[in-house]
Design a binder for this molecule. Structure first.
Ligand code: 2HA
Ligand code: ZN
Length: 267
């Protein structure tokens, strides 16, 4: 008998991870091992024994007592989204934060036996889960990916400014205003996987549900993984529309400030 009991809810989360990973690969947002996903699944997983294997314990550089005893499922470091899509159980890992929040146990058994260790962006993922827990809302999903056109916008000198980017992204289609009325955040380029990136991202998430990482990609939060994906999908479509107009030789006229205000009031 397996040591881990995955409830129907946990199985659905794993199916969602596989589905969204496939979308990321198909869109070209997940070249090589780009991007990572994490979901909080406390209450959706049961251990059939209370013995946590001390051999699977890893101390955390930054303890997260707010996440004590919570369970997370995340994509593994170095795993490819196209592989996660086909064989999620072999490319994601389940962790349980220790009672005092100073480390985590990597939960494995004969069924759930992925060799993967947590994503290189785990500092940012855990910092965000800590932030979401403190907020007390419904958000439990974190998605980091490398959307092509959205990232391209952050590469253009003069465009990479929070207010300028919001003006472009929000004005080229009503859907952007409807989906993300408060706009998006921007974090200047910081080395991937670092505590500094985690810190700046959480600071920006206080105001925005999606944060662009300059010259790298973006990260979004949501209740379900699909929610986080939708936000990024809408924003990347805005960036595509912008570039399409530019390629055709035009500067997009976009919605007026009044039209945007009307949309916000109506929805
Ligand atoms: O390779 O995307 O930001 C994983 C990443 C790091
Ligand atoms: Zn990345």
């Amino acid at each position: 008998m397996s040591y881990l009991e995955l409830t129907a809810a946990a199985k659905q989360q794993i199916a969602d991870i596989a589905l969204i990973s496939g979308y990321l690969w198909e869109r070209g947002w997940a070249v090589k091992n780009g991007g990572n996903i994490s979901l909080e699944i406390t209450g959706e997983i049961n251990l059939r024994s209370s013995d946590l294997n001390p051999l699977t314990y890893t101390p955390l550089k930054h303890p997260c007592p707010d996440l004590s005893q919570m369970y997370f499922i995340m994509t593994g470091a170095g795993t490819r989204m196209r592989d996660v899509a086909c064989q999620p159980l072999s490319h994601v890992c389940v962790i349980r934060i220790s009672d005092d929040g100073t480390g985590y146990y990597h939960i494995r058994d004969e069924v759930f036996n992925s060799p993967a260790v947590p994503t290189s962006e785990m500092p940012t993922h855990l910092a965000i889960h800590q932030f979401m827990k403190k907020q007390g809302g419904k958000n439990r999903a974190v998605l980091h990916t490398h959307p092509i056109e959205l990232t391209a916008l952050t590469l253009i000198p003069g465009f990479c400014d929070e207010s300028r980017l919001n003006k472009i992204l929000m004005s080229v289609q009503p859907e952007a205003v409807i989906a993300i009325p408060g706009g998006v955040g921007l974090v200047p380029f910081i080395l991937p996987g670092t505590d500094q990136l985690a810190e700046k991202t959480v600071a920006s998430l206080r105001y925005y549900p999606v944060v662009l990482w300059e010259k790298h990609g973006c990260i979004a939060i949501g209740h379900k993984l699909q929610d986080a994906f939708d936000l990024i999908d809408v924003l990347n479509t805005s960036a595509k529309l912008f570039f399409l107009c530019r390629e055709a030789g035009y500067t997009p006229q976009g919605l007026s400030a009044q039209e945007i205000e009307n949309l916000k009031k109506y929805y």
